[in-house]
Ligand binder design. Structure first.
Ligand code: NAD
Length: 314
């Protein structure tokens, strides 16, 4: 952030999340920059406005943590970074698929214990498998491109169909229930909205193929975590990769190695061999971080100057 700022603004870098308790740290500032775990709901926005905050620049693409309508109403202008590297998230998603399928973590751990046996390490060919992509926006498109290279059959659910994907990679659009029924692997890249919250739940999981692989590098609440745990216990879900978690706030991005884990769902998820957990890491490449910082300051500049642009949240 300091490099990207190029000395244009006076920066106050804070190692804490935005909440009602921490909002006052923005005193004497005109703008704040927030990330996914920061809470920018109405009462907090009101306090920030009282303190003189007029601009909020999100360093993320997703903006479900900010009450956009309320911010607009009280005259706070906002912008986000809609694209910093869809490749980063898509490539990580494929990494989770391969790690789960080919049991790479287990293999490595086993070999570190001098156990070179192959028992229990059988995977499956990605080639020829049906992958259901939920949300074919910037990230979903790159996922489709990579999986097409693997020879997967691609189906997708998105209210807006992408003709280029249909033509280039023979992606077939269908409804969500049908996608659940047909897919060997389901990967979630839709934004978290009222309509998408818990779209993966007991009912939709029951339509899925037994032993399906489910990957969530979108937002935690796209799925009902308890339903996924139940389905892992019954074997209905055969593999689960989660880069994002409904209850990630206060847990992810922090070192809790000295703490007692109080989150029972996370504790249960950690016991499954066929679950891979990462802590909202899919975006984390050097390219993405540079793009995030550069775009954040460009956004701030445009908001200050009143220049109309696509990254503004309206
Ligand atoms: P995008 O806006 O380019 O694409 C989202 C797509 O979802 C669009 O095509 C949209 O039409 C579609 N969509 C909207 N409503 C839908 C619905 N009800 N069902 C299915 N699809 C629907 O966004 P993107 O850049 O591809 O990012 C997708 C999501 O990934 C973000 O909203 C964010 O939550 C998440 N994300 C995660 C990470 C990470 O590090 N894990 C990083 C960036 C983004």
């Amino acid at each position: 952030m300091e490099q990207a700022n190029k000395g244009r603004h006076r920066l106050k870098l804070l190692d804490t999340y935005l909440s009602l308790d921490t909002a006052d740290l923005a005193k004497d500032c005109k703008a704040i920059s927030i990330f996914t775990e920061d809470d920018a709901t109405a009462p907090i926005l009101d306090r920030l406005h009282e303190l003189g905050i007029r601009f909020i620049v999100l360093r993320s693409a997703g903006y479900n943590n900010i009450d956009v309508a309320h911010a607009k109403q009280i005259g706070i202008k906002m912008a986000r970074v809609p694209e910093y590297s869809p490749n980063a998230i898509a490539e990580f998603t494929i990494g989770i698929m391969l790690a789960l399928n080919r049991k790479l973590i287990r293999t490595h751990n086993r070999i570190m214990e001098m156990n070179f046996s192959l028992d229990g390490l059988v995977g499956f060919d990605m080639n020829g498998k049906t992958v259901g992509i939920v949300g074919t926006g910037k990230i979903g498109q790159v996922v489709a491109k990579i999986l097409n290279g693997f020879g997967c059959r691609l189906i997708a659910y998105d209210p807006i169909e992408n003709n280029e994907l249909k033509k280039k990679y023979e992606v077939v659009y269908t409804d969500f229930d049908n996608l659940c029924r047909q897919s060997d692997i389901i990967t979630l890249h839709a934004p978290l909205l009222k309509e998408t919250k818990h779209m993966v739940n007991e009912k939709t999981i029951s339509c899925m193929k037994k032993g399906v692989m489910l990957i969530n590098a979108g937002r935690g609440a796209l799925l009902n975590t308890q339903s996924v745990i139940d389905a892992l216990k019954s074997g209905q879900i055969g593999y689960f990769g989660m880069d994002v978690y409904e209850e990630e706030k206060g847990l992810y991005f922090e070192d809790h190695s000295e703490d007692i884990l109080k989150d029972d769902k996370m504790a249960r998820l950690m016991t499954f061999r066929n679950v891979m957990i990462s802590s909202h890491q899919a975006f984390l490449t050097d390219t993405a971080l540079r793009n995030i910082a550069d775009t954040t300051f460009e956004n701030l500049h445009k908001l200050e100057k009143g220049i109309a642009f696509d990254n503004e949240l309206k």
